[in-house]
Design a protein around this ligand. Structure first.
Ligand SMILES: *Cc1c(COP(=O)(O)O)cnc(C)c1O
Length: 439
């Protein structure tokens, strides 16, 4: 059971204000103080080296969050044209944006090179494509190559990017010589990029991946007799503990990196980071109304408004992505009383839409609230539009001085928007096509 009380006051005031309740049955909440504390921890861990910290936009693709982090000194790591547009809309200058899209089109490359954003090529074909584009149009972009250090997988295969046959980057063991040649042929290629994986990768494995790439940088510079590789992008992937209130250990990671790879910190290399989950996960929660409770097959089930549409990974891979659950009354007070085994189900129309199974919680009743902590990254900010459920509202809050204060990060999607994005403007298109064929 999730019994820590860090956000209890925020839940109470949010319920009093109706930010979650009958009219708003599910909402996301982001702790602005916590986000800034996390960014501060990151900066402190790398304070004495030249560094560019970028935020992995996919972890919370919300313009106000990108703006907050930009004000704290961070850039953005983007993996699609949409994320590039979001970073730009947040006012992040292109020279603080790193583009890692796995399937960059010529149009996307042309766009980001014209703006001067850093680009990490995923493979040799992409490098050749960039050669062609740069011959036509010079660019101020920093150019890098993503390498798969092939150091092995973490505990969640789907999140591990450094296995033998990962789809990402150039496989180091198979292509080492070719990588050195690619740098020799391209003096403008100055960065190496590695991202060992996201969640489930132990620190040791992450450090091992970085060490492989550092040694490759040293080899390239030695072979070419010039310090051509002058920055190393370490990626993100610092894991988050979803079972406790422990915060991600940026300092521990940096200490381990320093111990194992001292040369990385001697000032010859600018370090780039791309953390997402570690900055945001602990700083957000979902609150949702319990609509009904029922007994079936000997199980007590609470039907709530938080399911696969806001906790997609947890519903489909409950063992890899378990979440804690807090039980609150309709007026936002933490429930007490005898614990009872309950399943927490969601509002989606499929049987597997269950967020937590067999949890010991005070007995839930219709109108109560459930709170899912640690969902500040990749949950409510990455909704799934199953059943045409609207994207929920997101509220930022500060809880530092007296009463919590709130600001809107994103409004709930309206019914008109739900209908519009389902092709409403093309309502008669299919009937018209059918009539044409008959004629
Ligand atoms: C997803 C991703 C990140 C961020 O991963 P987190 O686990 O959220 O820190 C960073 N870099 C790349 C290339 C990614 O794909």
């Amino acid at each position: 059971m999730y019994s820590a009380g860090r956000f209890d006051r925020v839940v109470r005031v949010a319920a009093e204000r109706g930010l979650v309740g009958e009219a708003e049955p599910v909402a996301g909440f982001l702790d602005v103080d916590g986000v800034l504390d996390s960014a501060h921890d990151l900066f402190a861990a790398f304070e004495d080296v030249p560094v560019l910290h970028t935020f992995a936009v996919k972890a919370a693709a919300l313009v106000p969050v990108l703006r907050l982090l930009a004000d704290a000194g961070m850039g953005c790591e983007v993996a699609s044209p949409g994320e590039f547009a979001q970073a730009t809309a947040a006012g992040v200058p292109a020279d603080r944006i790193v583009v890692d899209s796995p399937a960059k089109t010529r149009a996307e490359l042309t766009h980001v090179l014209a703006h001067g954003a850093a680009v990490n090529a995923d493979n040799f074909t992409e490098l050749e494509r960039m050669d062609e584009l740069l011959a036509a149009q010079p660019s101020a972009s920093v150019l890098g190559l993503r390498v798969n250090p092939q150091v092995g997988q973490g505990t969640i295969a789907a999140m591990s990017t450094a296995g033998e046959s990962s789809k990402f980057g150039v496989p180091l063991r198979e292509a080492r010589t070719r990588i050195v040649q690619a740098f020799a042929a391209r003096p403008a290629l100055t960065r190496l990029h590695v991202h060992v994986g996201s969640q489930g990768c132990p620190l040791e494995l992450m450090v091992e991946g970085v060490r492989e790439v550092y040694e490759l940088a040293e080899e390239i510079n030695r072979t070419l007799r010039r310090p051509q590789v002058n920055s190393i992008d370490l990626g993100g992937g610092l894991p988050v503990d979803f079972s406790s209130d422990d915060r991600p250990a940026f300092a521990e990671y940096a200490t381990l990196l320093r111990a194992r790879i001292p040369g990385l910190f001697d000032g010859r290399y600018t370090i780039v980071t791309e953390f997402g989950r570690a900055l945001l996960a602990k700083n957000g929660f979902i609150a949702a109304v319990v609509e009904y409770v029922k007994d079936a097959g000997g199980r007590r089930i609470a039907i709530t408004h938080a399911g696969a549409q806001v906790a997609t990974r947890t519903v489909f891979m409950p063992d890899a992505w378990p979440l804690r659950v807090g039980a609150f009354t309709a007026d936002g007070k933490r429930k007490t009383g005898v614990l009872q085994r309950q399943d927490i189900a969601g509002p989606c129309c499929f049987a597997g839409d269950v967020v937590a199974t067999g949890r010991n919680l005070p007995e839930l009743a219709p109108g109560d609230l459930v709170v899912l902590p640690d969902t500040g990254a990749y949950y409510f900010s990455t909704p799934w539009s199953y059943n045409s459920l609207p994207r929920p509202a997101i509220h930022g809050f500060t809880n530092r001085d007296g009463e919590p204060r709130f600001a809107t990060v994103r409004t709930r999607q309206s019914m008109a928007e739900v209908v519009a994005e389902s092709g409403a403007e093309h309502r008669d298109a299919l009937g018209a096509l059918g009539r044409l064929e008959k004629a």
